[in-house]
Write a protein that binds this ligand. Structure first.
Ligand SMILES: [Zn+2]
Length: 239
């Protein structure tokens, strides 16, 4: 094992940690947490909106039925009036009956108009509530869209940085033998992302523990191509 290969392994390690940090940032944008929260608020608003809109639609249907009935009564009144004043009916009894008809239809018309007013009063607060909820929803949707754009921009930025780090990592890894790289990757997976560490003043900079004098002596006398491992944490030690 040549020393440059181990030095390069430490460079690989640095780039791997940088890539880990970038991945972590990419997965934990505060903007994403805020967006998740907004999406929940929008879903809750949609549920409220559906409930209020259903009540409002029910009132609208009732209003429509009353208005249809009103049109039909008005048409009947117009028809009887037309016959009354056409001169075609002359028998007084028949004329009286027709006048009584018109009077009765007008009472019915007035009742329906009262019902329509009541329904319109019932409808007004529901219309206001639907409009308020729709306005709130539109504001949240705008905020969510802005966050999505911000997240997309941040993600693109991090992807560029990650690509740069990956290239640098690949370049550094070229001189590291495959078996050492595999050993490093296994250790990295088991040891919180750090598989190789420098030995500094008799201390492993991976676990920060001091090696015993006899262990240090043993490592010092190892062949140059032997890989030394920390006897505390098992990481590859770079002398
Ligand atoms: Zn260690």
């Amino acid at each position: 094992m040549t020393m440059p290969a181990l030095e390069d392994l430490l460079v690989v390690q640095e780039h791997d940690l940088a890539i880990d940090r970038l991945r972590h940032r990419r997965e934990t944008f505060p903007e994403q947490a805020k967006l998740d929260e907004l999406e929940q608020q929008i879903a809750a608003l949609d549920a409220s909106l559906a409930g209020v809109a259903a009540r409002r639609d029910d009132v609208v249907r009732r209003q429509q039925r009353h208005e249809d009935e009103l049109s039909s009564v008005e048409a009947k009144i117009a028809e009887v009036d037309r016959r009354l004043y056409s001169g075609a009916v002359t028998a007084p009894r028949e004329l009286q009956a027709m006048q009584a008809d018109v009077a009765s239809l007008r009472r019915h018309q007035s009742d329906i108009e009262d019902q329509i007013l009541e329904v319109m009063q019932e409808r007004e607060p529901l219309d206001t509530e639907v409009a308020d909820l729709e306005q709130q929803r539109a504001a949240l949707v705008r905020e969510a869209d802005a966050l999505r754009q911000a997240i997309a921009a941040l993600t693109a930025e991090i992807d560029v940085e990650t690509a740069t780090e990956s290239e640098a990592r690949a370049a550094a890894a070229e001189s590291v033998p495959d078996d050492l790289l595999a050993q490093y990757e296994g250790l990295r997976a088991r040891r919180g992302g750090v598989g190789a560490a420098r030995l500094v003043n008799g201390r492993c900079s991976g676990c920060h523990l001091a090696l015993s004098a006899s262990e240090l002596d043993r490592i010092r006398h190892q062949a140059d191509d032997a890989v030394a491992l920390c006897d505390q944490c098992g990481r590859i030690l770079v002398r």
